[in-house]
Ligand binder design. Structure first.
Ligand code: FBP
Length: 333
């Protein structure tokens, strides 16, 4: 596969030909996602010129003030899934409840999609990289009937596809359907995603750590000692690691996927369960991390094994290079 020449659609046909277990519909679904995120990429790149910056007066179910771009991106993705016949229902960060598509066609959709339409909301207005995160499951309810909450509350191990889009200096789509991780870059001249990062592997170890250290006083002692270890000469490099925290999970994750590193959002008094949402932030990136040789845990439990109880439940999150996550866990005991 020659990087940079293979379009997403060609890559999909090759993947489907190579691996019969990947269902053809998944190919069509990632194509639909690619189409939707191109629209979001256009809006984010225009920013204030398109009038898409700033807050709305509304709040989402988590009590967060919604950004215009959060809601616009949410609507673009919902409309894309609703107008196809692959997806029977969705859940997203911006909707209190899951949304069942009740059209005749959608009721026979085999999949449900859970997504964070725009991750890194605090960075939208300041032109720092943001992203979209998605997770795809085969529904468990019978075809032809409306989807149920059970379709949404499946453990991460049941994902059939997951990925993210990074709206940065370039727009990238990174996904896996359980057969390795591939990255595609949007070619502005043709408006197509082209393979730029084939078979991505997360370095087993690294020297970059990402955490909002403003919370360090509130963290459990084991984590405080791990951060001190990162800042010391005791680690495998003999030099202090570098702290890198962008404040957009997708951007911090992407950097660690390429360079090696760890991202930590622990439980803190303000968020005893952590800040990040299991179903549409942690599970999809955990799927990518593991497919690329990395690890994702709560500090104590594998993220993908968690059986979800609520749509917007939060979990502590330790994700990144295998040896770094294992090291952090060894400090937590
Ligand atoms: P949303 O922006 O989708 O709500 O995501 C959560 C998030 O913004 C992550 O992208 C980021 O890593 C983290 O929260 C930042 O939290 P904090 O501002 O507490 O450091």
């Amino acid at each position: 596969m020659e990087a940079g020449r293979i379009r997403l659609s060609d890559h999909l046909s090759q993947q489907l030909a190579a691996d019969q277990s990947i269902h053809r519909d998944l190919g069509r679904l990632i194509h639909d996602i690619a189409t939707a995120v191109k629209e979001i990429a256009l809006l984010t790149s225009q920013g204030a010129l398109a009038g898409v910056l700033g807050n709305l007066s509304s709040q989402n179910v988590q009590g967060e003030t919604q950004k215009k771009l959060d809601v616009l991106s949410d609507e673009i993705l919902i409309q894309t899934f609703r107008s196809g016949n692959l997806v029977a229902g969705i859940a997203s960060e911006e909707n209190d409840n899951f949304v069942a598509f009740n059209s005749e066609r959608a009721a026979f959709g085999s999949y449900v999609v859970l997504f964070d339409p725009l991750d890194g909301s605090s960075n939208i207005d300041v032109n720092v990289s943001i992203g979209t995160i998605f997770s795809v499951y085969r529904r468990v309810s019978p075809l032809g009937s409306p989807v149920t909450l059970d379709d949404m509350l499946q453990p991460g191990t049941e994902q059939v596809m997951a990925g993210y889009v990074l709206y940065g200096s370039s727009t990238m789509l990174v996904y896996s359907s359980g057969n390795g991780v591939n990255g595609f870059t949007l070619k502005p001249s043709t408006g197509e995603f082209c393979l730029s990062h084939a078979n991505m592997r997360m370095p087993e170890n690294g020297r970059l750590y990402a955490m909002n250290e403003g919370n360090i006083q509130e963290c459990e002692q084991g984590l405080v000692r791990y951060i001190q270890y990162c800042q010391s000469r005791e680690n495998q490099t003999g030099m202090p690691y570098s702290g890198r925290y962008i404040g957009s999970l997708v951007a911090d994750f992407h950097r660690n996927l390429i360079k090696g590193g760890i991202y930590i959002y622990p439980s803190v008094p303000a968020s005893p369960e952590g800040r990040l949402r299991l179903l549409y932030e942690c599970n999809p990136l955990a799927f990518i991390a593991e497919q690329a040789g990395g690890l994702a845990t709560t500090g104590r439990q594998r993220i993908l094994d968690i059986v979800p109880a609520q749509l917007h439940q939060r979990v502590p999150y330790y994700v990144g290079s295998k040896l770094m996550v294992e090291k952090a866990m060894s400090f937590l005991g």
